[in-house]
Design a protein around this ligand. Structure first.
Ligand code: NI
Length: 180
């Protein structure tokens, strides 16, 4: 089922989500199916459960190679439960443009750790551990922030680098942006 996505201003987006206690059950599978459908319907690069009003630590993300975004490296489709992020170097930050399905129509320049390890569980209870960098690392940090009630505008250091997508990137007008 495709859900409405909560938008910035809704207090549910600013709460900390709970750990999933029973990984592998039908409820989690149903939640993930709804998240997948909702993300695809909105042409998103990622989605966190609290964005559809479910306060659980569950995120999904993935980017296929897209001719509209030749610079965006593909990220394998991943479903991640109870994720834990560990930066691989504390002083290794990089700025990049982000959007969010909960902040439609905007983009902002956000500093993120360039490289990190993420761990968590797949829907079948399998342990997942990956060392990633670049856009993959950025998407994971953006999605996991949602689980702690943080939206990307809260991380922007220079608000002049926050604006309407079609003003910032006129060449992208008429295309759906890449939102998380
Ligand atoms: Ni988002």
């Amino acid at each position: 089922m495709i859900h409405d996505i909560l938008r910035m201003g809704d207090p549910r987006l600013f709460e900390r989500s709970r750990e999933v206690e029973h990984i592998g059950g039908p409820e989690l599978r149903a939640l993930l199916a709804d998240m997948r459908e909702t993300m695809q319907a909105h042409d998103g690069a990622g989605l966190a459960a609290p964005q559809i009003g479910v306060p659980l630590r569950v995120v999904i993300f993935g980017v296929e190679r897209n001719p509209r975004y030749p610079d965006a490296e593909p990220v394998p489709y991943t479903e991640l439960v109870n994720p834990v992020l560990t930066p691989l170097s504390d002083d290794d930050e990089e700025d990049g443009w982000e959007g969010c399905l909960s902040v439609p129509g905007f983009r902002g320049l956000v500093p993120r750790f360039a490289r990190l390890r993420y761990e968590g569980y797949g829907p079948d209870g399998r342990h997942i551990a990956r060392d990633v960098d670049g856009f993959h690392a950025r998407v994971v940090q953006h999605e996991c922030d949602h689980l702690d009630g943080i939206l990307y505008p809260q991380r922007i250091r220079d608000l002049r680098r926050f604006g309407f997508t079609d003003v910032l990137f006129p060449e992208m007008a008429g295309t759906a942006g890449m939102d998380e």
